[in-house]
Design a binder for this molecule. Sequence first.
Ligand code: PEP
Ligand code: MG
Length: 576
Amino acid sequence: MRAMLKGIAASDGIVCGQVYRLVEPNLTVQQRAITNLDYELNRFHQALEAAVSDVETIKTRATKNLGTDSAQVFSAHIAMLQDPELITAVETQIRQRKINAEAALAAVARTYETSFQGLTDNPYMQERITDLHDVTKRVTAHLLQVALPDLALVNHPVIVVTHDLIPSDTVSVNPRYILGFVTDLGGRTSHSSILARSMAIPAVVGTQHATDQLTNGEMVILNGTRGQVMVAPDDDELASAQAAMHERAANLKRLSKLRHHGTVSKDGVGVTLAANIGTANDLPSVLQNGAEAVGLMRTEFLYMDADQLPSEDEQFAIYKQVLTAMAPRPVVIRTLDIGGDKPLPYLKQKPETNPFMGARAIRQSLTHQQIFRSQLRALLRASAFGNLRIMFPMIATLDEFRQAKAIYDDERSKLTVAQVPLGSIKIGMMVEVPAAALLADRFAQEVDFMSIGTNDLIGYTMAADRTNQDVAYLYQPYHPAIFRLVNRVIAAAHGAGIPVAMCGEMAGDPIAVPLLLGMGLDEFSMGAGSILKTRRLIGQLSAHDLQALVETTLNQASTSQEVITMVQAAVPGILT
Ligand code: PEP
Ligand code: MG
């Protein structure tokens, strides 16, 4: 029996390949006395050259994926690696103190940092400190002869094993070389999983110990549908995994025929299938999978990817890129949803006993209005380039929505006075707090659209933190209470004549889709990899017939299992 790591099925698909550990190595530097000066100086220069060559490779990949502007940081790193002042300072340390190159470099880095201190309010200096850290780390790794993993340096297909996946890990990657992701941390709705799904790459998260248990180059089979990682498979196991991969590829090929089709049920009811994205990097996958819209762009990844707030212009460029690529299709961009499981270290938020119930999302935006206004201005300016809808997250009270909308109106009028070209924008809200779901009829009078965020709605309704494994058994997407709330929101939106979408994970879940279609949901927004499967499923369902299933489920189901059984009875073979 092979060793098997168990985790959470985060992104569908089965793949086999070699492990690439994306884990920070130990770079502790010991000071040593040296006798051969020339040898040490030479060692230092070789490490510098190797570091420049790494950064050149990373820069080329980042330029290709993200454009010249975003790759500028790597030019700054190269400039620093070639900075005569820095180089001379390290050489002087080596010569005068007769110490090894890595200790000399560490000493110089400390001196620089001390001289930068006191300037921490200056964003330029903060950036230089970060550059210095990155550059020192890279040169030290070469001196210590330990590999510093970086996905941009990967040049053959691998399965990436890491503690937790963050957006910046994925930006410079060549997607062709990433077969799958395995992480120690995370749940199905954590940002690692969301990233993997938006890139349509199979993933298993929350294994707890994958980075300890797997070694570089080891062969594994990753099953993202079952949440399993088989270690060192034998020939038979590899052969059956490969057969499963081929079957999946053939299935995807069949599905790809639906790419340019609309989404229509068997009895002719049209709905919109949209994609959830984290960054502009996800766009190729969105278009390949035939998304009819972007139903949710989670802008927090732009903020989490940086070590300081992105400027209005930086944001504008990214929003414009997404809107232009999708035009004339609609793009729903959600204003910043930080807090909860998405903290922003550089904002220095106060520690909270219960972050999911704390200063999150719109609550943060209303307190830090400068950040909110800058985001709204970037969005407004970008609106001229496509079909923009702005959505506020975590709205709990009407007052919050009104305040957010008033700030938006204020920024809009200022830009209008300044004659900045603006598009027509719809303003909506996420329904992810039970209070908003229960009061949806009132909200529906004031918003242009609603989007149901089941990831949080489930957590808040069941009082189960979506990232806490100990209460995962309570995090029940199919609980009848959830469907009652969802049905209520859909009915309220339609009662007021506004469209209603769902952008929580449930929108692409085959058990939930028949119920949502029967309830009349207008738009289903999901990770790009689920779109074509959902389009095929909806094409096999009759929306009208499903109303009976909705009635029975809402009136008779008392448990999640009963809901599942009812759906399976109404739609035989739904899970196959
Ligand atoms: C949700 O809560 O369903 C949602 C889509 O938002 P997030 O997962 O980013 O909290
Ligand atoms: Mg949410």
